[in-house]
Design a protein around this ligand. Structure first.
Ligand SMILES: CC(C)(COP(=O)(O)OP(=O)(O)OC[C@H]1O[C@@H](n2cnc3c(N)ncnc32)[C@H](O)[C@@H]1OP(=O)(O)O)[C@@H](O)C(=O)NCCC(=O)NCCS
Length: 153
């Protein structure tokens, strides 16, 4: 089981290192801005760390707000640690935070072609709500999914 912790500006290099190996990541510029501007309390960064002394960051998730719902803005697991339930643990932590913040639902957008992520969300009982055509800058459609929080097992 990874250690789940809130992230702050000291974790920026580790987050950017994870991003550098991923094709579609949460923009480095926004991460630096979110984690250095103290005024931005609406965005929460959560990390999964190995429970060893070296404790590298294995993955991270970003929770924001979209109206009255929480919004999963990013969820990325380092390539070498995938399929080890890190994404699931991060998503559970995001669900707990969203419930704590009194959101009733957690929403997300995922690329139509992102089979691993869609399977992960389906395994956590997220349902497909709608599709946004040409949502991404390269023209790919986004599937909008949501689930009630706290998650029901
Ligand atoms: C999507 C992502 C976060 C999943 O993280 P992960 O830690 O590997 O996921 P988990 O090990 O918790 O997987 C849980 C379940 O999700 C599904 N799943 C995850 N990866 C999958 C894959 N490559 N193929 C099929 N199903 C997959 C499976 O149902 C899996 O359960 P199982 O291993 O018992 O079959 C990871 O692949 C990733 O970082 N991708 C790149 C970034 C990204 O696309 N993020 C989502 C943006 S919306």
């Amino acid at each position: 089981m990874p250690d789940i912790k809130f992230l702050d500006y000291k974790n920026i290099p580790a987050i950017l290192a994870i991003n550098s190996a991923v094709q579609f990541s949460w923009p480095d510029r926004i991460i630096k801005q979110d984690l250095t501007e103290k005024s931005n309390t609406e965005i929460i960064y959560i990390g999964a760390f190995a429970s060893t002394r070296q404790a590298p960051l294995l993955g991270y998730a970003v929770l924001g707000r979209e109206g009255k719902s929480g919004s999963l803005m990013a969820l990325i697991v380092s390539l070498e640690y995938r399929r080890m339930r890190i994404g699931t643990q991060l998503l559970l932590a995001v669900g707990d935070c969203a419930a704590y913040l009194n959101f009733r639902r957690l929403k997300l957008r995922v690329r139509k072609s992102n089979y691993p992520a869609i399977e992960l969300y389906k395994s956590m009982k997220f349902k497909r709500d709608s599709i946004e055509l040409n949502y991404y800058s390269d023209g790919e459609d986004a599937i909008i999914m949501s689930a009630g929080v706290p998650f029901i097992k």
